[in-house]
Design a binder for this molecule. Structure first.
Ligand code: NAG
Ligand code: NAG
Ligand code: NAG
Ligand code: NAG
Length: 367
């Protein structure tokens, strides 16, 4: 036992020596924690910090053009902290600009930090549909981890891809793409959620020009107490290509000044499934197109839904608020749907008349 302790102490001392000599400012806070600061981009130092440091601070970093800030080799249990303003030099490329991967990790930022995507350099009103090639902003793949208190600003296109995450929480994230409203921001989805199991996204604030959440696949997703402004609503889909979405709870969210409020879209002619979905305690305000919409014809122009991606066991409870005059309160166009329960729905103001199709009998709602 004594011998082992001695050896471990020796190793730590060695790390500290190595790091202060080669990589970053390092200090041993206790026998096992080594903290490092990265304030100048150097790939070797970033990799070394990940293999040796249990706490890494990214301080006012300028990331070169065409480069992903790759933090995918974090030690198990590591803490990653952003400080100051992190920026990326301009280049047309796919990104992502930031990638994070780890188990039992904590990712956070100091109060005044900003992850500044400087989206205006790329914005041309076309988003992902042409014009400049725009980098996705960040992608996280974490297990048993917490990502919190990040201030993300002006992403070129999609902001935060939550991909393959397990048993993790993303909370108190601000995604502020307001500038894109007047400067050509487009397809700036806030959270793209894919292939996760048991992911919670809560207490986030989003200003953008596309979905607040867009979820294409995965199990047990909790989207709670989030504020969404300026975008396309809280969306599941578009689901197709054999994907499964099972177990979604959207609770306590506000959606304002957005094209849609609650939206599920499934792809025309494709297969997959959407089941066990609840939206509850949702407040809508100034929705432009559809307050509540489920569409099974996504990607076609025909307005004819197909039933290969059935939406089953869907509950909407306590959804209130307003739609603009030119919009529709509810629009549902689905095929093969079953077991829907809508209650305490009071969405008003929209005067556009839509004809709905496929609402399961007994749902408790009509168009
Ligand atoms: C889901 O993840 C949370 C941590 O985010 C954890 O506390 C909880 O036990 C997990 N639930 C299940 C069923 O594993
Ligand atoms: C309905 O949702 C609103 C907004 O989240 C909440 O304040 C209110 O308490 C809910 N009502 C019920 C009966 O749960
Ligand atoms: C309806 O969904 C089931 C799966 O639940 C599927 O087997 C069937 O083919 C679908 N029907 C249509 C018309 O697509
Ligand atoms: C529905 O909401 C409107 C305001 O948006 C309100 O005037 C009306 O009383 C509500 N109806 C019910 C049944 O709560």
């Amino acid at each position: 036992m004594d011998k082992l302790n001695y050896k471990m102490g020796h190793f730590v001392a060695l790390f500290v020596l190595l790091l202060s000599a080669v990589a970053c400012h390092s200090a041993s806070q206790n026998a096992t924690a080594v903290s490092c600061t990265i304030s100048k981009y150097n790939l070797d130092h970033i990799n070394q910090a990940q293999s040796e440091c249990s706490e890494i601070t990214i301080d006012s970093l300028i990331v070169p053009y065409g480069v992903t800030l790759d933090l995918t080799k974090l030690k198990t249990g590591a803490k990653l902290i952003f400080r100051g303003t992190t920026v990326w030099q301009y280049e047309e490329w796919e990104g992502p600009l930031l990638k994070i991967k780890g188990t039992n990790v904590e990712v956070t930022g100091s109060d005044d930090h900003v992850l500044d995507g400087r989206g205006a350099l790329w914005w041309d009103g076309k988003g992902g549909n042409g014009g400049k090639v725009k980098p996705h902003f960040m992608k996280a793949t974490v297990t048993n981890s917490v990502i919190h208190k990040l201030n993300i600003k002006n992403t070129p296109v999609q902001a935060f891809s939550v991909n393959g995450c397990i048993d993790s929480v993303v909370q108190y994230i601000t995604i502020d793409n307001k500038d894109g409203d007047t400067k050509g921001g487009h397809n700036t989805d806030a959270f793209n959620v894919n292939s996760c199991n048991n992911i919670t996204i809560k207490h986030c604030t989003v200003y953008n020009q596309d979905d607040c959440m867009a979820m294409n696949s995965g199990y047990n997703t909790y989207f709670l107490d989030n504020y969404c402004s300026g975008g396309h609503g809280i969306s599941i889909g578009s689901v197709g290509n054999g994907a499964t979405v099972q177990g979604v709870l959207v609770d306590g969210c506000q959606i304002v000044d957005s094209d849609n409020g609650i939206r599920i879209k499934t792809k025309y002619g494709e297969t997959g499934s959407v089941s066990d979905v609840t939206y509850q305690n949702i407040v809508l305000k100034n929705i432009h197109r559809y307050g509540i919409t489920m569409q099974g014809d996504y990607g076609s122009s025909g307005g004819v839904p197909t039933g290969g991606v059935p939406i089953s066991h869907l509950t909407l409870k306590n959804v209130t608020g307003t739609v603009d005059k030119g919009g529709a309160n509810i629009y549902i166009l689905v095929e093969n749907a079953s077991d829907w329960h809508f209650s305490d729905i009071n969405v008003t103001g929209g005067q556009k008349k839509m004809s709905c199709k496929g609402i399961p009998a007994g749902t408790g709602v009509s168009c």
